[in-house]
Every structure is written in C-alpha cells, then in structure tokens.
Design a protein around this ligand. Structure first.
Ligand code: GAL
Length: 368
C-alpha cells in the first residue's frame, strides 16, 4: 500500500513538473529527519548541466531534503575526492553523474561499503553495483539525430562525431546513430568519411576536427552528426569559415539556447530536447524513496558490465524550426525572451527574466 502511494506520488511529481504544492514535499514533511543527499556532477560547462544543477536543487528543496553539491569540472580524480568528502557527510543517497564511467566505479564501491544508495544520474557508471540509473533513452537520441539528418541528406559524405570516450552516453548516442546510418552506408547511399570522438564534448575540439575533415575532403561533406549542441556549435563555426554553414545539415542535442538560435537562423538543423527538469525531479523523488528503504519506480533495465541496473529512462524529443515554441517555450524550459530576444540562457533559469539584445531575423546581431 505504502509503496503504491509512493509510486503514485513520484509519477504525479514527475509529470506535473513540480509546480505549486508538491505532493512529495507534503508527504515527506511527515518524516522527522531530513533526508541527506550527496550530488556529484561532472561539469557546468554546458548550459544543460547548469539547468540540471538548478532543478536538482529546487526538487531537493521542495522535498525538504538536505543537498550537498560538488562539481568536478571534467576530472575523474577530482570527482572521486569530492565524493569521498560527500560520503563523510553521512548522506543517505549519492546522486552521481560520472565524468568517467569506468573510473567512477570505485566511488560506487565505497558508497556501497558504507551502505549509501547510489543513483547514476544521466550517465551510467560502468562495472559497479549502482542501485538505480535515471536518464533518457539514449540510443533513441542517436536514432533521432541520424534519422532526421538522413532525411535531409539521403546521399553523400557523412562526418560522424561522437562525444567523450569516457562517457557511456556518447557510446549509446553513437550506437543509435549507426543503427540508422549503417544500412544507408551498406546500400551505397552515404559514405561515412570520418567517425571521430570529441574529447570532453569540447566545442573547440569539434571545430578543429571539422576543419581538418573539410580540408581533407575539399569541403565535400554533405551532413554532420554532432552528438550535442556544444559540438554542433564547433562544427558550425568551422562550416562558417569554409562558407558552407547552413548548406550542410548538422544535428545536436540538449536544446541549448544558442543552438535554438542557430536552428532559427538555418545554421543547425535540429536538436534533441531532454527535459532535465523531469530528470532532476525523478532523481530526487527516487532518492527520497530509497532513503526510506522503498524501491524507486523504474521502467527498464540496463546492463552496466557488473549487473542489471533498474533504470528510469525518459523520452527525448526532436526539436526543429517547426516546434520550438511547443517543445521548449510551452513546457517552460526556455522563456520566450531566451528564444526570441537572445537572452543568454546560461543562468540555467526556467522562465527567467529576459535581456533584449537581438531580435529574430536580425542576423547581423550574431549569436555564434
Ligand atoms: C552527456 C549528456 C549530454 C551532453 C553531454 C555533454 O552525457 O547526456 O546531454 O550534455 O554529456 O555534457
């Protein structure tokens, strides 16, 4: 009975977007001690991680949990030290988004030894006894990217970038993309002329790789699979230098405000929206139930090299020039000001204030 009520509350919370009086908060106020949650995220370089951080803090505060936060800035040794410190804070649950999927296994081992539950957040920790994985259907992200780009460019030379080799998501996105591109290549319609990982998802690295490929193939590149919006930004800077930006379809992911502007200006073809508000709410909800010994809701199982990990995978959504308002503004992920007036979006805010610096169609303003 208790489990059913809890599951219902979590689902309501995830689906209702956490506005107003949150049923989780009401429910857990009845608990005497505050739940203590450690949070370790790998970076805040991309806007999406700034948003995750903000939403996780908001969800923890709504649930009246104590949240201790660390950001490891793409360094696995730093992340391990920071997690050691979090584990000393007598936390009930560790929410861990690993910089390096394999290196983070030792963090999980230590948590398990101390009886601390571990939620692998967005990125799966490999080779360790994680209690729950909360993320999106990441294979589908790659399928959506490649499927969309293939419809735009059914023939020609493809450049495929993938994300950081340390990040299991990068592999899943790449696997998903190749599921779609593989048959097209076998049929002779397309040729993948470059297939390159981008260290730390770095925009400048993506730019450099793209320039090299463009030089080597004399600009004869007809489509680019960029795994996320930061790498897409680098790709598009290189295409601009070669005067072919807007002519070559480029994918992305994360619905970063800069990417949305590039889509509106025809420079980037699409992005994939993964609502980190829902992700954060699901993770905090799960942490709250795990803290009282209840199994959190899950909808699939992922093998991580050590065991079958119960997983809650949310659905990614394609965004292109036709549905920016419905997918991003109406859901409250970006404000109208961010979309139409070039508010930076870097605050990580949901419907934050707006700075009017650049109106749509005014390409001279430049957001690249
Ligand atoms: C991935 C994440 C993407 C993107 C990338 C770069 O793990 O799933 O959404 O943000 O990291 O940080």
């Amino acid at each position: 009975m208790f489990r059913k009520i809890l599951a219902c509350l979590l689902v309501i919370t995830v689906l209702s977007g956490c506005s107003g009086q949150n049923p989780l908060a009401v429910f857990f106020k009845k608990k005497k001690e505050r739940v203590r949650i450690g949070l370790s995220i790998p970076t805040t370089r991309e806007a999406r991680w700034q948003r995750d951080l903000q939403y996780l803090k908001e969800a923890a505060s709504t649930a009246d949990a104590e949240l201790y936060t660390e950001i490891s800035e793409n360094n696995s040794a730093v992340q391990e030290n920071q997690c050691d410190a979090l584990l000393k804070k007598n936390i009930n649950v560790l929410i861990l988004a690993p910089h390096d999927a394999r290196a983070a296994a030792s963090i999980v081992d230590k948590a398990v030894a101390m009886g601390v539950k571990v939620i692998s957040y967005d990125r799966l920790v490999l080779g360790a006894d994680v209690d729950l994985y909360v993320s999106f259907n990441n294979i589908k992200v790659g399928e959506l990217q490649a499927g969309y780009i293939l419809r735009k460019a059914p023939r020609g030379n493809y450049m495929v970038l993938s994300g950081a080799l340390t990040d299991n998501n990068a592999k899943l996105f790449h696997d998903g993309a190749l599921k779609i591109l593989g048959p097209a290549e076998e049929s002779g319609m397309i040729k993948i002329v470059a297939d390159v990982p981008v260290e730390d998802w770095d925009s400048d690295v993506a730019e450099k790789i793209t320039e090299e490929v463009l030089n080597r193939y004399n600009n004869d590149i007809h489509a680019v699979i960029a795994p996320n919006d930061s790498t897409a930004g680098g790709v598009i800077r290189a295409l601009k230098k070669h005067h072919i930006a807007g002519l070559v379809p480029v994918s992305g992911q994360d619905a970063d405000v800069e990417a949305v502007h590039r889509i509106m200006r025809g420079m980037q073809t699409m992005t994939v929206f993964k609502d980190s508000h829902n992700l954060a709410t699901a993770a905090i909800g799960a942490a709250m139930s795990m803290a009282i010994g209840e199994p959190p809701p899950s909808n699939s199982i992922m093998y991580n090299g050590k065991g079958q990990i119960p997983s809650m995978l949310l659905e990614p959504v394609v965004v292109d020039n036709s549905n920016i308002v419905q997918t991003l503004v109406q859901t409250g992920y970006l404000s109208r000001g961010q979309v139409y007036y070039d508010d930076s979006g870097n605050s990580g805010g949901r419907n934050t204030g707006m700075t009017i610096r650049n109106v749509p169609g005014n390409t001279a303003g430049g957001v690249y």
